[in-house]
Each structure stands twice: as structure tokens, then as C-alpha cells.
Design a binder for this molecule. Sequence first.
Ligand SMILES: *Cc1c(COP(=O)(O)O)cnc(C)c1O
Ligand code: SF4
Length: 345
Amino acid sequence: MPSDLIATAAKSTPASWQKQLSQAQISAQDLLEQLSMPLELLEGAELGAAQFPIRVPQSFIDRIEPGNPQDPLFLQIWPFSAEGETPPLGFVTDPLEENAANPVPGIVHKYQGRVLLIVNGSCAIHCRYCFRRHFPYEDNNLSLSEWEQALTYIENNPSINEVIMSGGDPLSSNDKRLFKLIDAIEAIPHVTRLRIHSRLPITLPNRITPDLCQRLGSSRLNIVMVVHANHGNEISQDVHSAMTRLRSENIHLLNQTVLLKGINDTTQALIDLSEQLFAAGVMPYYLHLLDPVIGAHHYHVATDVALSLMDQLQAQLPGFLVPKLVREVPGEASKTLIYTQKPPK
Ligand SMILES: *Cc1c(COP(=O)(O)O)cnc(C)c1O
Ligand code: SF4
């Protein structure tokens, strides 16, 4: 990309995030060239890229170290040839069986008191380890009548006090659509909390515009934003500023991470991530074991390795900076906590 374009994208004009979003799809070759990576990497990349196209916003590319194929951010977005290998036993296309818990289109109701509302398909970034890589919900935007059905479902279930906007990525919706939905959720009296699960504050921090902050800040709902960062290098100055804007509107900020081989499977990487998140005003929430999705087995970290990492974190960080290690088991009433059972003294 010519440097004048980068300069335009970096400015915090309201439309700039949408421009970056629309330019996020990039060919394997262009990405390698832009990052001065070895072109040999192209070999074996086509298969993965055809299945789940490469998408990465410029602002995320800018945080990758040029010429370093082991860069922890690059490793999250590059379709390595391993994606095409025969997966180990247990790796499937729909590991969470999400399709089974859809009472109406757009709603996933698995846990007591809260529902996922699937707002928008498109993600700004395609994380190669994503459990939705075989169902990129891109073409799955709800029609108006489906929206009404989803909202009616919430209205008719007084046990639901928290709506979780999820996706895809709900913040890739434009403000008009997003604000309309927030209006509709606010109109349901038994809903007290709105949670937004989004990776955009990390991958495209310009999305956190003054308009968005103002709308969220003026809501009667208690708002929680759960972002998704896996490595300290993702917390750039721009991300820091975006978090500051959200916090000044009293929005609670949490982070979830996926434990990924070669990316954040060391004590130091996880400590650094927690410290950087906290410095930006974000509390670590979950550390997820990888969902066993076909095409992502090369990111798998064994459970005993994960547990010993947790022991190290517990020993070296204040308790509030230690995320909870969890796995998602289809059919369970919550995420499943994983911990070492220490024998009583
Ligand atoms: C993860 C998840 C939630 C949120 O769970 P918390 O433990 O409250 O963060 C809610 N619904 C579904 C379907 C989920 O997968
Ligand atoms: S942002 Fe989330 S939903 Fe989108 S590709 Fe990454 S992990 Fe998957």
C-alpha cells in the first residue's frame, strides 16, 4: 500500500475504519511482499487461503515485524501448509456444535441468564485458529423479520438479563445498524447488561470512534466489552488510546485469549500480555484451550502444558492478572474450568 494511503487510514476520521475494513482482504503474495517475508511461504498457502481467505487490517499488519515469519502476530494470520494436513482424531468442522443451540436464527442460547446475539458475519481479521473457519458467517446476515424474531425471543424470556453481541464481529456493523439494535435491547426491561464480544478494538482500534463511545456511554445498560488479544505486541499505542476512550465512558473491559502454540505458549508471553492489557485498562478474563477445528491442529497446546503455564502465572502475577483457563465442551452449562487439583496438606 502506498504510504499516503496508510497515512489516510491512520487518521481518526469516522469513515477511516470502514475503509480499512473494506481493504482487509489481501492476497498471500501481496502480504508477503509488503512484509518482506520469504516468498517460499507461498508454497502450500493456497489451500488454506481458498478455504478461509486471508483478511487482516493494515493497522494489524503494521504491528508485524517485517522479515520475521515467526512473528507472533504473523503466525495468527498466515495460512501455513499444515492447515491442509490430515488432522488428529477429534478435530472437526463444528467443534462447539453451535448449530444445535439455535432456538431462532441469530440467537445461541446455551447458558443460564444470557444469550449470544449473532450480529454480523464479517470479521476484520481472519484468525487461522478460529472455530468458525468453516462457517464464516459472512453471508449469514439476518433479515428484518429474523431480527424481530430474535428480539422477541429475548423479550419472552424474562430469565435473560444479559445480551451478548457476538459474531463474526458485531463492531463491523455500521453505527446505524448497531445503534438500532442497542435501542431495541434497551427497550426490553429485564435486560440489564449488554456485553459486546469483539476483536475490532484490537485489530482496528479506529473503530472506537467518539460517536460509538458516546452511544455506549449514554446507555441505561451496564456495558461490558470483551476484546480478544493473544499477544502483548497486539497492544499498540492506538489500541491503548481506544481503550482509554471506552473507559472514560465507564465501559468495563475484559480480554479473552486463545492459547496458541508458538505464539503465546510461554510463561513470559502470557505475563507480558496480562501486564500490557492491564496497563491499557483491560482485565484478563479467559484463556481458552484451542477448539479442535480442522485446519488448526498446528496451534494445539496440550492440557498438561497449559496447566503448568497456569501454575507459573499464578506464582508470578497478582491474582487479578491471571486469566481463567477454560475449554468449551458442547452441552455443558458453562465454559469448563481447568485447574490443577492440589492435594490438601
Ligand atoms: C461463551 C458463551 C457465553 C458467555 O459465557 P461467560 O462464561 O458468561 O463469559 C454465553 N453464551 C454462549 C453460547 C457462549 O458460548
Ligand atoms: S475475530 Fe474471532 S470470530 Fe473472527 S476470525 Fe478471529 S477468532 Fe474468529
